[in-house]
Write a protein of this length. Structure first.
Length: 229
């Protein structure tokens, strides 16, 4: 089992913090978000960790010595959405965790031996333009919709992909990129458009297990919340 951490983005909504620091290395409660992700992965026995960088990529170099991670640089981070970031490391996408670098993991909910592909997801309040997970009585994901809502399960930036599903997604990813019309796509669009041909399940987590940090306001709210715990 391995893990891919997607950390190529510029984090423009976190400026001025991200003028000199990549979004994934923004500190929450005194520690860079990505370092906490790596430590949680290593706690469950994941040793092969691939971090895909882009903006301010040289800032990640210390992670190789500190944690033994592999760094892959996306030099087109300003051109494409994260579909191209995933495309660059597609060879690793099987029996793999995928984590967005801008997620603060408060608790280690990662499973040591996941049996199926899964989206780790919490019910989130009062959200807008998020990826909503639809699932059946057995928690198998049947659809993903982008929209507004309240107290529904949304993509939280942490997933696991089995050997079989990962290889299927890679084929579809390669097809999309070879067609050339992928500039505006996210890699989750590939999953969304092929959801009935793979076997991915919803894995419930607590609302306060994971937080996506997009803005300075998000960061301030989270630091305030953590200071009370």
């Amino acid at each position: 089992m391995r893990a891919i951490i997607l950390a190529a983005g510029m984090g423009t909504r976190l400026r001025p913090l991200t003028l000199t620091t990549p979004k994934a290395l923004t500190k929450v409660n005194g520690q860079p978000m990505l370092e906490r992700q790596v430590e949680f992965l290593q706690e469950i026995g994941v040793e092969e960790i691939i971090v895909v960088t882009g903006y301010l990529h040289e800032k990640f170099d210390y992670l190789k010595e500190k944690y033994g991670v592999k760094l892959v640089h996306n030099d087109k981070y300003e051109v494409y959405n994260n579909i191209y970031t995933m495309y660059l490391v597609r060879e690793y996408l099987h029996d793999t965790y995928v984590i967005d670098g801008d997620n603060y993991l408060h608790n280690n909910f990662l499973l040591k031996t996941p049996q199926t592909s899964m989206y780790f997801s919490a019910r989130k309040p009062n959200f807008k333009a998020e990826w909503i997970i639809r699932y059946d009585d057995h928690y198998r994901v049947t659809d993903i919709e982008v929209g507004d809502g309240d107290q529904e399960h949304i993509l939280c930036g942490v997933s696991y992909w089995s050997e079989q599903d990962g290889k299927y997604i890679v084929r579809k990813l390669e097809e999309a990129v070879s067609c050339g019309n992928f500039t505006e796509l996210f890699w989750d669009d590939i999953v969304k458009d092929n959801i009935r041909d793979i076997e991915v399940y919803l894995q419930e987590i607590h609302t306060e297990d994971s937080f996506e940090i997009d803005t300075v306001e998000d960061l301030e709210k989270l630091n305030k919340l953590l200071s009370t715990k």
